[in-house]
Write a protein that binds this ligand. Structure first.
Ligand code: COA
Length: 295
């Protein structure tokens, strides 16, 4: 064992406060448990810390992705059932959705779990029949809007390369490079059925690398607050500012979330397709604003 003391729930609550989290906030959390070295009390205590920082009127949400695609590289080989299928995006998330007070949405590949007063309502409109991110009423729209109260992205020991909300913005903008695929649903009786899914975020993206224009701009405009918590860094950004920056970049340079590399055929084709829909992009951007999803 190293001589580094474990990080405690109190340390996390203090770090979250220092990073600007206040009671009543809605938090969309991405995490690496190992980044803390050792966390006293494990994932449960970490989750308790998040809930304490958000307070009884606030919400904590996490992606609980399952990679339940049919026949795609990286597919988990699992079928999705919201009460049975493990989350594939970290130990904390897999403990989180199993808490009795958590509500998990029913999106076949990109489910979300949430704890808080509105969790059931916010997670409701996301099932096998909806788009990948649930569209205008899905969990991403609900948490970003947060009924007009502050909504924040929280990165615990991870960088924003895992910022799933950017894919939700791609869906709201109707970006043409989002894919159609199939996902496996597990029915109540255990049978598995393949179900078509739309707006799937397949293929590479520029923001999967930390040296990316979206991160750079959020950084340059002071929109990311960072605080140390033991060996980990806690980074926080306003969710509606993040959406606003995505829209700004897409309008300035359609396909901005794709890679800049000319040898990336997916990105080159995707960008060309985006260029043909600039009027629609502008209309979608207005709708995103009108729906309270961006600052
Ligand atoms: C991929 C990723 C999760 C890996 O981070 P990580 O810290 O290596 O992995 P986890 O957070 O799952 O933590 C794993 C550790 O938790 C420990 N752990 C798991 N369950 C535990 C429990 N109940 N109690 C205590 N420890 C536990 C495990 O021992 C494991 O450590 P080990 O590998 O040494 O055994 C992280 O880099 C990441 O990307 N997080 C964000 C994910 C996300 O939100 N993605 C969304 C879009 S893709």
């Amino acid at each position: 064992m190293s001589g580094v003391p474990p990080v405690t729930k109190a340390d996390l609550v203090q770090a979250l406060k220092a990073a600007g989290i206040v009671p009543g906030d809605t938090l969309m959390v991405h995490s690496s448990l190992k980044s803390f070295g050792s966390f006293d009390g494990g994932p449960e205590a970490l989750i308790d810390g998040l809930l304490e920082a958000a307070g009884p009127d606030g919400h904590v949400a996490m992606p609980t992705l399952t990679a339940t695609y049919v026949n795609l590289p990286g597919a988990s080989g699992l079928a999705f059932h919201k009460a049975r299928t493990p989350s594939r995006v970290g130990a904390v998330t897999d403990v989180f959705w199993r808490r009795p007070e958590a509500v998990r949405s029913g999106g076949l590949t990109h489910s979300v779990a949430c704890i808080g007063p509105n969790a059931a309502a916010w997670m409701a409109a996301h099932g096998p029949e909806t788009t990948t991110f649930g569209g205008w009423d899905g969990p991403y729209a609900q948490y970003v809007r947060a009924e007009g109260r502050p909504s924040k992205l929280v990165f615990l020991g991870v960088t924003p390369v895992c910022n799933t909300t950017l894919h939700a913005v791609e869906e709201w903008l109707g970006l043409p490079y989002l894919a159609s695929a199939e996902a496996l649903q597990e029915l109540e009786d255990g049978r598995q059925v393949a179900v078509p899914v739309t707006h799937a975020p397949l293929g590479p993206r520029g923001f999967y690398k930390i040296h990316d224009r979206h991160h750079a701009q959020m950084e340059a405009t002071g929109r990311i607050r960072r605080v140390s918590c033991g060996p980990a860094t806690v980074a926080v950004m306003d969710a509606r500012a993040c959406v606003a920056e995505t829209i700004r970049q897409e309008l300035a340079s359609p396909g901005a979330l794709l890679r800049d590399r000319p040898d990336c055929e997916f990105s080159t084709k995707g960008r060309a397709a985006c260029l043909t829909m600039q009027d629609e992009l502008r209309a979608r951007a207005q709708e995103i604003r009108a729906r309270g999803l961006c600052e």
